[in-house]
Design a protein around this ligand. Structure first.
Ligand code: PMP
Length: 452
């Protein structure tokens, strides 16, 4: 077809060539530094997905503060990617930077709690509700441990996840629907275990499919985000979460809610804003202001069941842990973030800015007659280069337009705006100003002028 996402291919390719050349021409220092120093890394990058950004070579960051990045070539960039949520509250929030400085003088890891740990626990409960908490370092680990507990207390083997989900690199969730059947994802490196024995996939918003899966009797837990945020953004339909809650109870499965991205929804996350009532609550990324930390919590009744299980368990390795988790630096950053950064006031600012952004993008899309749409979940905004709303992972997969998105991302960056790679996600932090938002809208509008 001559059009992709409503754009003439020749226009798209011409813009891509111009923008890729402009990106490289503006970064001689970065290019030279990479050439001289990236070779010791496997494939030239410290983390393989740094190659998946759409630019011809990665940007080297010189420094970041608030919602601003400066690259090695001195370009000042408005950051709407914010570490893909890790820095959703801005880069180096002052209370977190202070907490790091203070703790740095008193030891970084000792496998023992501190008084601040007790304060962090009280703050977690105040913010997210009555759970029995554990500290991990990544949301991947938090989900992995939550799932272990669910299997332990239910005695059932499988996790039910939704097609197109992402919960980190947790093996059990690396499945998808293929011809209506659960199958391992195609690209998994070195996969040997049969993931279909431990996971079942259903489409999001399909309560009948969820019930059919639960009727098998072998589902320990439903693991879901409140909104699917990793395949475009797919909102839950009215009654979907109530249905999940009822069905999980009816069939004896636990409901694990992964708030790692939907923490953008408002104070306490989507669960608090929309009264979801999970059995196990998980959140990571920005929960300690950008210092690697995740938390998972069990409802008191699940904690009791787990205690009973533990009383019968043979002594020895539990399969849960990691040495550097629950360290004093994490407690200090958690307490600082929960008490001074992740506040209702901060969320009001973020929400207001995100509404300004989504309105501006929508206006531009409408003005250009683009067959696209915009979704917002609190401080999180995404434009999708296809009509919406999307109802599930299968629809989200076909809505993705990687060719178009990569040109948009590079073009935005050349105009001083960084958005999250792999999808078209933008976050508004407490430090993001209306001027930065208006610049992003203007840049987006100028690019659409070129494409339509
Ligand atoms: N849960 C969700 C919903 C996520 O989006 C991600 C990462 N994008 C994770 C868990 C895993 O987080 P991490 O990479 O920090 O382990």
């Amino acid at each position: 077809p001559a059009l992709v996402a409503g754009i003439r291919r020749d226009r798209l390719y011409a813009l891509r060539q111009r923008e890729v050349a402009a990106y490289a021409a503006a970064r001689p220092k970065t290019e030279a530094a990479l050439k001289a120093g990236s070779q010791p890394f496997l494939d030239g990058v410290p983390m393989h997905w740094m190659k998946d950004w759409p630019m011809p070579f990665p940007m080297l960051v010189d420094q970041a503060k608030g919602a601003r990045l400066t690259d090695l070539d001195g370009h000042e960039i408005d950051d709407f990617c914010l570490g893909d949520t890790g820095s959703m509250f801005g880069h180096s929030p002052a209370p977190v930077a202070r907490a790091i400085r203070k703790q740095a003088r008193h030891g970084l890891t000792y496998m023992l709690p501190t008084e601040t740990a007790l304060r962090a626990a009280a703050l977690l409960t105040e913010t997210f509700g009555d759970f029995r908490w554990q500290i991990a370092t990544t949301a991947t680990d938090a989900n992995r441990f939550a799932l272990r507990v669910a299997r332990a207390v239910t005695g059932k083997p499988k996790v039910l996840v939704f097609n197109g989900c992402y919960h980190g690199t947790l093996d059990d969730t690396m499945v998808e629907l293929r011809d209506g059947q659960t199958a391992a994802r195609a690209g998994l490196v070195g996969q040997v275990a049969d993931l279909t024995k431990t996971a079942t996939v259903v489409e999001f918003n399909d309560l009948a499919g969820v019930e059919t899966a639960l009727q098998s009797g072998d589902i320990a837990a439903i693991l879901t985000e409140p909104v699917m945020t990793n395949s475009c953004m797919v909102l839950p339909e009215a009654g979907f979460h109530e249905g999940l809650r009822q069905l999980s109870r009816k069939y004896g499965a636990l409901l694990i809610i992964d708030e790692t991205h939907t923490i953008s929804s408002g104070y306490g996350g989507y669960s608090r804003v929309h009264s979801l009532n999970p059995d196990i609550f998980v959140v990571g990324k920005c929960v300690a202001g950008g210092l690697p930390t995740a938390v998972w919590g069990l409802r008191p009744d699940v904690a009791e069941r787990f205690a009973a299980y533990n009383a019968t368990r043979a002594p020895g390795h539990s399969g849960m842990g990691t040495t550097l988790s629950a360290n004093p630096l994490q407690f200090a950053c958690l307490a600082a973030t929960l008490s001074e950064v992740m506040t209702p006031k901060a969320y009001r600012h973020m929400e207001k800015g995100a509404e300004r952004l989504s309105k501006g993008l929508r206006r531009s899309i409408d003005r250009h007659g683009a067959p696209w749409h915009v979704v917002r979940v609190g401080a999180r905004v995404e434009f999708i280069c296809a009509p919406g709303p999307l109802r599930n992972g299968a629809e989200a997969a076909t809505a993705h337009q990687p060719q178009v998105e990569s040109v948009l991302h590079t073009s935005l960056l050349n105009r001083g705006c960084l958005i999250a790679p792999f999808h078209n996600m933008m976050l508004v932090s407490p430090a993001t100003t209306p001027r930065q938002i208006d610049r992003l809208i203007a840049a987006f509008d100028a690019i659409l002028d070129e494409l339509f």
